[in-house]
Design a protein around this ligand. Structure first.
Ligand SMILES: Nc1ncnc2c1ncn2[C@@H]1O[C@H](COP(=O)(O)OP(=O)(O)OP(=O)(O)O)[C@@H](O)[C@H]1O
Ligand SMILES: O=P(O)(O)OC[C@H]1O[C@](O)(CO)[C@@H](O)[C@@H]1O
Ligand SMILES: [Mg+2]
Length: 438
């Protein structure tokens, strides 16, 4: 597919759909009036280049205006919507993620205080709440005042598919002008269908995504929110495993971390905690014999070994399954339990102590850390600016430190993976000292 091929992406693929002409003066005029172009501020007439190396840009186009470049995030002087007449809505979908409440809070406060929007509604329990006829909650500044200190989402969340036409009917019934969809890859696919259905009916409803997922598998952006909090938490389990392992006789610490198809949590947590001997991720295959030989060698050399395994790693070693969750995500085999068993059996008569830690949901049900709290607020503000300008079928995110608006279809055409040839994985290999292949 063309959108998954970096070299095939054109200028037009990065254009953001607009609901119509912008004629309304922004209430943020005071803020915007004195802004000056700088390396840190991209005006709306400028664009954020897709390519950032000569090699990538070389030979792509003849005229620089045709270079693929992103629509910059941020406030616009002219708006599509008249804020005083706007009813906005928020929905949170998919697995929990640190920062969901920060995004809800920042959306509500920015919409109500900065823009003076009439109302913000929250649909409960993910897309389910847009399809089951339940009443949305009225999200007032008072209601959201303290929610950023808590994990989870005050709106609830769910997995499972809902009919786009039914959901658009709900938006129409509640006179929603803009829907903020907070979720991961699946949620964004759903948002894309919603935007398509609204467009098919000629409805001027802005659908804007805010990229959530601890797996960090959403492409094109620096990271999704919640990811950093999650890997910081995960690192605590690695430190515990290392402490246990290094204090035992032939101690082995085995830590299983979330990360369905992308090993970013395992890779980053390894770099935070240090002391890991083997990091196993979905993107890099390994053999059981190779791992066991490596563990034996570590026990002989240093008296302990620490293994970190992402839940999606080594799936080829487990019985194949076609089971899926309600959203259609493939259910994975339990690589942690499998490795615990295989390591125990594989070490034969060697005396050892194995401590297995699976922090599981504990890394994603916590409140956002300082970094994610900042990012969530900025994402929510960028999302509000984009919706007010009448942009739709798009997602906000930071790319190489700049906030951009990018088409949802681009964001769902591929997934973000740890590149086995990239600098991140190189840093992991350098840190663990594990073989490149084993
Ligand atoms: N291809 C799709 N088309 C329409 N809706 C989808 C699609 N994939 C998923 N959804 C819907 O989006 C919602 C969330 O999807 P999912 O459970 O996969 O989580 P996610 O957004 O990918 O987040 P995470 O992976 O971080 O948990 C669910 O209600 C699901 O039915
Ligand atoms: O058990 P649940 O809630 O379906 O979610 C588990 C999955 O959600 C995530 O946290 C995010 O996609 C994955 O890392 C994990 O595999
Ligand atoms: Mg997902």
């Amino acid at each position: 597919m063309r959108l998954s091929d970096l070299q095939a992406i054109t200028h037009d693929d990065l254009l953001i759909t607009r609901l119509g002409t912008r004629t309304v003066d922004t209430p943020l005029q005071e803020l915007l009036g004195n802004r000056q172009e700088s390396v840190h501020y991209v005006t709306e007439t400028d664009r954020v280049l897709l390519d950032d190396t000569l090699g990538m840009a070389k030979g792509r186009v003849e005229r620089t205006e045709d270079l693929p470049a992103f629509n910059p995030g941020g406030p616009r002087a002219k708006l599509f919507f008249d804020p005083s007449e706007v009813t906005a809505a928020i929905v949170t979908c998919g697995g929990l993620c640190p920062g969901l409440n920060n995004v809800i809070r920042a959306l509500v406060l920015h919409l109500r205080h900065a823009y003076g929007c009439r109302d913000v509604l929250g649909f409960k329990n993910g897309y389910q709440g847009l399809a089951d006829g339940s009443d949305p909650v009225r999200l007032t500044p008072d209601l959201v005042r303290d929610i950023h200190t808590r994990g989870g989402t005050i709106l609830g969340t769910s997995r499972g598919s809902q009919d786009a036409a039914t959901m658009v009917d709900t938006l129409v019934a509640h006179r929603i002008d803009m829907l903020f969809v907070v979720g991961g890859d699946g949620t964004l696919r759903g948002a894309s269908l919603l935007a398509d259905e609204a467009a098919r009916r000629g409805l001027p409803i802005a659908v804007v995504g805010v990229p959530k997922t601890i797996d960090n598998d959403i492409p094109w952006i620096d990271h999704s929110f919640g990811f950093q909090t999650a890997y910081a938490r995960a690192a605590e389990s690695i430190t515990a495993a290392h402490t246990e392992a290094s204090s035992g006789v032939n101690g082995i610490g085995l830590v299983k971390l979330m990360g369905r198809h992308s090993g970013f949590i395992a890779a980053h947590a390894t770099l935070v905690a240090q002391g890991v001997d083997f990091t196993l991720i979905p993107e890099v295959p390994f053999t059981l014999d190779g791992l066991l030989a490596g563990i034996r060698k570590k026990l002989a050399d240093q008296g302990h070994a620490v293994v970190v395994v992402a839940e999606g790693a080594g799936q080829d070693l487990l019985p194949a399954s076609t089971a899926t969750d309600p959203s259609g995500n493939r259910k994975l085999g339990d690589i942690g339990a499998f490795l615990r068993q295989e390591i125990s059996e594989g070490l034969g008569d060697l005396p050892y102590s194995l401590r297995y830690i699976d922090p599981g949901y504990a890394i994603r049900s916590v409140p956002a850390n300082a970094f994610d709290a900042v990012y969530c607020t900025r994402l929510a503000q960028a999302a509000t600016h984009a919706a007010m300008a009448g942009f739709t079928s798009m997602m906000v995110g930071s790319r190489r430190g700049r906030f951009i608006n990018l088409p949802i279809k681009l964001a769902t055409a591929t997934s973000n993976h740890v590149d086995p040839h990239g600098d991140l994985w190189m840093a992991v290999l350098e840190t663990t000292g594990q073989p490149v292949r084993f």
